[in-house]
Design a protein around this ligand. Structure first.
Ligand SMILES: [Cu+2]
Length: 468
């Protein structure tokens, strides 16, 4: 993990404000007072360590998976942020870079963390080729600050800076995204996370040891290209957490016994059942705020619908490397041609390489199923991720997309978010091959057959499938 916010040298002067701020305190230049907060720019897709608050009310900061928290400045009691909407380059996973739109150098933009009751002022500079706005999803605020272009404000033209200002009235988990040419701008990756921490201990908000957050998003980027197709409605080929796909998503590294909170927001166009192995969790918060304790129940998968936020919490009391993923299996794969025929039972050795010389993104299922694809190094077009990939301590993990690992370790120090490596299983606790006798199944004897004939399958599934 490394935090690498490079302060941008470019300064923005509020021209109209210069005269009005003439009554500066001695020793503070008028220019300094009039200048907007310098926008911090992030160039790295690594998970930044939590940003401990140096000013304003204290709180326990979150960790944004493959993201970071925006720094702020206090200006006469107001927390000031500066977001710059601009084209960015985002590494989706090692081996693939996407040309997206985002904020302050990355997609998603930085997480904004404030405390209940804070007055927040956000300068938004538009460096996109078209107008934009920011909608503060889920917040209680004056109607004119809601960021719906045409309805509650004029859109922010290219090159201009607008100011939003409101009090963060209720604690909880929020998101921000444009409400201007929304389909295009969200398909291009414009979004960010917002956390409002409680001002004082809240009966429905537990103190936690680790507090993670990320957004669910999705892109349709043709193999070999860099820019998302913005008109795709459902058939995306890159299912991402904070614009990262497995094996590019960082692991959630926790100490055994930690109370862990994970905040997830969904800005894709479909639902995602998020599943954690080895532990039960409770949904402790939704879009509307913290849930009442008597309304909670234990579960291992929670569905997060479009535009929703969920806060889940659990005690990480089982050591190991636990899978954490979307349970739609098409969402744990990377760019796949959706119109590939099923080829189980068909011998097509050597054919793929030949066809790919003519049709670069041609892919087929393996003849014995899909698992072959997790192991073999298929010839791929440039800037494309393998459909199923990742190496674990026991071989190919055969995943992509919305998949990562929750790593629970006894020895993980409080505040240490670094990757502890693979889990070392105690002797005798790993599934192993049975080497004793294997009796024939009873049902074959009952039917009078000595053994069942080997099943030969030749399947061809025509047509493309939409809507997953
Ligand atoms: Cu999903």
């Amino acid at each position: 993990m490394s935090q690498d916010p490079k302060p941008d040298r470019r300064r923005f002067l509020a021209g109209a404000g210069l005269a009005g701020l003439g009554v500066a305190a001695a020793g503070v230049s008028r220019v300094a007072l009039a200048a907007l907060p310098e926008p911090a720019i992030q160039t790295s897709a690594a998970t930044a360590p939590p940003l401990q608050p140096k000013s304003g009310r204290p709180y326990n900061p979150v960790v944004t998976l493959n993201g970071w928290t925006a720094p702020w400045r206090m200006n006469q009691g107001v927390k000031e942020f500066h977001l710059v909407a601009e084209p960015v380059e985002r590494e989706i996973a090692p081996g693939m870079v996407a040309r997206l739109w985002g904020y302050n150098g990355q997609s998603p933009g930085p997480t904004i963390e404030v405390v209940e009751g804070d007055r927040v002022r956000i300068f938004v500079t538009n460096r996109l080729p078209e107008h934009t706005t920011i909608h503060w999803h889920g917040q209680r605020l004056p109607n004119g600050m809601d960021g719906v272009g045409g309805l509650t404000q004029p859109q922010i033209p290219p090159g201009k800076t607008f100011v939003y200002e409101f009090v963060a009235r209720r604690p909880g988990t929020f998101m921000y995204h444009p409400h201007a040419d929304e389909m295009t701008q969200m398909a291009m990756g414009m979004m960010g996370f917002w956390v409002t921490h409680p001002r004082e201990p809240h009966p429905h908000i537990a103190a936690v040891d680790r507090d993670f957050c990320f957004l669910l998003n999705a892109f349709d980027i043709e193999p070999g290209s860099y820019v998302p197709k913005v008109n795709t409605m459902l058939d995306f080929n890159l299912w991402t957490w904070n614009s990262r796909a497995f094996p590019g998503i960082d692991t959630l590294n926790v100490r055994k016994g930690d109370r862990v909170r994970v905040r997830i927001g969904n800005l894709t166009m479909t639902n995602h059942p998020i599943h954690i192995h080895g532990h039960e969790f409770e949904v402790t918060g939704t879009d509307g705020g913290p849930t009442r304790p008597e309304s909670r129940w234990p579960e291992v998968t929670t569905d997060i619908a479009v535009g929703q936020m969920r806060q889940i919490e659990f005690i990480a009391d089982e050591e190991g490397d636990w899978a954490m993923h979307c349970h739609k299996s098409h969402h744990t794969m990377n760019a796949m041609g959706h119109d590939v025929p099923t080829m189980i039972g068909v011998d097509h050795r050597g054919l793929v390489e030949q066809i790919q010389q003519v049709v670069p993104d041609y892919m087929v299922m393996g003849e014995r199923g899909m698992a072959d694809m997790g192991e073999m190094e298929m010839p791929l077009p440039d800037n494309t991720l393998p459909m199923m990939t990742g190496q674990g301590p026991f071989g190919a993990i055969e995943m992509g997309g919305m998949f990562t690992t929750l790593k629970v370790r006894r020895g993980q120090k409080p505040g240490d978010y670094s990757d502890p490596g693979w889990f070392k299983h105690p002797p005798g606790t790993v599934a192993r091959e049975w080497t004793g006798a294997v009796p024939a199944p009873e049902r074959h004897k009952a039917a009078g057959a000595p053994s069942a004939p080997a099943v030969e399958m030749t399947v061809r599934k025509p047509g493309s499938h939409q809507g997953h």
